[in-house]
Design a protein around this ligand. Sequence first.
Ligand code: APR
Length: 271
Amino acid sequence: MERVRAIVEEAAAKPGPVVWLTGAGISAESGIPTFRGEEGYWKVGSRNYHPQELATFAAFQEMPAEVWAWYLFRRGVCRGAAPNAAHDALASLEESLGDRFLLVTQNVDGLHLRAGNTLGRTYQIHGNIDFMRPVRGGAPIPIPEGIDLDWPRGRQLRAEELALLAHEGEPTRPHVLWFDECYDEATFRFESSLRAAAETPLLVVVGTAGATNLPMQIGMLAARQGTPSIVIDPEKNPFAEIVERTGLGVYLAGTAGEWVPRVADLVAERF
Ligand code: APR
């Protein structure tokens, strides 16, 4: 903890917001399966499709109702979960730091916002499962009432539900980023996230396997600037390897619930 304290203290003397980068691991203790863990979404296949095959625009074009059903099931899982101590700690931290705090999350579960983090300081770089957007482009719209919040795995959409999911006569899609799609600024805050990584005095990375593009760019960009990272994850991930290779920062092997509240307290004290 002494090392963490020293890193936080040094960073706090510099300008710019502390950037927290979170992944599925921060919601694991809320009971939401991660993607690549043993019981993860990308590991447990369905009878007909491997779930990862459904997370593409190509799959959506071919079978929109099936893909919608899969997302509505996952939405129910997220809605049934509650923010945990790590989410709560980040919400309190934003409240005390204001503009010296920024959250970049890969999670679509909405738990950071439900804990109290604000949309202005939360970049949801993979979207939010409670929203849909027109297939042809446009702003996210809340999924309408009348769509079952307790969607069983495998239940398919009825015609009236598919009609509910249209917006002004236009078909919509889940408000997420799929494997065959690119980040952008308007919907996913791509440039803003990179700018934040370049300008932050401290990056804290929580519960992500580092398998996606923008998060790894953030980690590498920060390291190139000589910025330290504090990496929290029970498994050694590519962010922990960056720390090891560069000597910038520290890897804390453990869960989000164990470490996030402690690190957030230190940051609140010093920043
Ligand atoms: N606390 C902290 N970290 C944890 C915990 C926990 N309690 N439990 C698991 N982890 C860690 C795992 O060790 C792993 O490194 O969380 C990470 C989860 O990794 P993934 O399942 O790959 O999730 P994530 O990195 O968020 O996935 C990134 O990939 O499929 C896409 O769009 C999807 O946003 C997702 C992205």
